[in-house]
Design a protein around this ligand. Structure first.
Ligand SMILES: [Zn+2]
Ligand SMILES: [Zn+2]
Length: 316
């Protein structure tokens, strides 16, 4: 089950010629999700080939650099005769403001737009095999971050052991893997725990949006595969980070370490650091043990299963 993240916009509040304002596209099986939509997001979607079939848009907060792309994107969806509904999730207390952006189109879009408010701890979206949770962040306006957390997967199915026990290859394999005992022709009953290992964790991605360092980003998911964190500034402007409710690269790395994240992606890079993120890199690396990424616009990250090498399934 591929899980892919495409960074559409990695700039801070002011875009640069290299970096667009905030937007992150996530694709998982047939689901396409968008997190924030800064100005120009639709052109980034064209440029990096994500398509426009997004079903859910998760807004972290209503600062312009995270939402000004919404009217243009909706208008293009409208011109494309979209019929599928679009769900927009926005922090509690911001529904009216968000509605204003939708109304900025000048006409009602041809497809349903559903706006729902989310607060700390809410499940914004429950899908078949994962959910998107909201968590409180510490910015200077109503704000949340989001975590995509997959359900636990079934344990590994031991085909060899099943065959040894005399289970015939076929539907009984699937039954056992699904947790049901099966009876063999000679009357022996084989229990699932004889051939199925412990459940395995799913993958998770945490996106903070704009925030000071906060423990909520650690608690929302267990050892995330990818933490995408505000790193507006480097150490030279740590005061400014605190004052403007942002984080430094080093602070983002501290959170990533405490969360035991596999990978850390630093985003929302201030235009002051246009073309030189060496300090971000060295200061984060001094703290964080995992893999560090400072994505550019258009960077794609695949999120593999931690045990991807031997992902056996009874149905294979
Ligand atoms: Zn911002
Ligand atoms: Zn902001």
């Amino acid at each position: 089950m591929p899980l892919r993240v495409t960074f559409l916009g990695t700039a801070g509040a002011i875009p640069t010629t290299e970096r667009n304002p905030s937007a992150i596209f996530v694709a998982r099986a047939g689901d396409e999700l968008l997190f924030d939509a800064g100005e120009g997001t639709q052109r980034q979607m064209m440029r990096y080939g994500t398509g426009f079939s997004v079903s859910h848009l998760f807004v972290t907060h209503l600062h312009g650099d995270h939402v000004l792309g919404i009217p243009g994107l909706l208008q293009t969806m409208d011109f494309n005769d979209r019929e599928a509904p679009l769900a927009i999730h926005t922090p509690a207390g911001t529904r009216r403001q968000l509605k204003g952006l939708v109304n900025a189109l000048g006409n009602r879009p041809s497809f349903p737009v559903r706006i729902s408010e989310v607060g700390d701890g809410d499940v914004a979206y429950r899908a078949d095999e994962y959910e998107v949770r909201a968590f409180a962040t510490d910015h200077d306006t109503r704000s949340v971050g989001y975590a995509l957390v997959e359900d636990e997967r079934k344990g590994r199915f031991d085909r060899e052991r099943a065959e040894e026990l005399g289970v015939p290859v076929g539907p009984k394999f699937s039954k056992l893997h699904a947790g049901e005992p099966v009876e063999l022709e000679d009357g022996t009953v084989v229990e699932p725990d004889q051939v199925v290992g412990d459940p395995r964790p799913g993958r998770s991605i945490v996106y903070t949006g704009d925030t000071r360092p906060t423990a909520a980003a650690i608690e929302v998911a267990n050892e995330p595969d990818l933490l995408i964190h505000d790193a507006t500034f480097a150490d030279d402007r740590a005061d400014r980070a605190a004052k403007t409710a942002h984080s430094t690269a080093r602070q983002a790395a501290e959170i990533a370490n405490r969360a035991a994240a596999d990978r850390l992606a630093l985003v929302h890079i201030s235009s002051r650091y246009a073309g030189h993120t060496d300090d971000h890199e060295s200061q984060a690396q001094a703290v964080f043990d995992g893999e560090l990424v400072i994505p550019e616009d258009g960077t794609d990250l695949e999120i593999p299963y931690p045990d991807a090498d031997d992902d056996t399934n009874a149905d294979d």
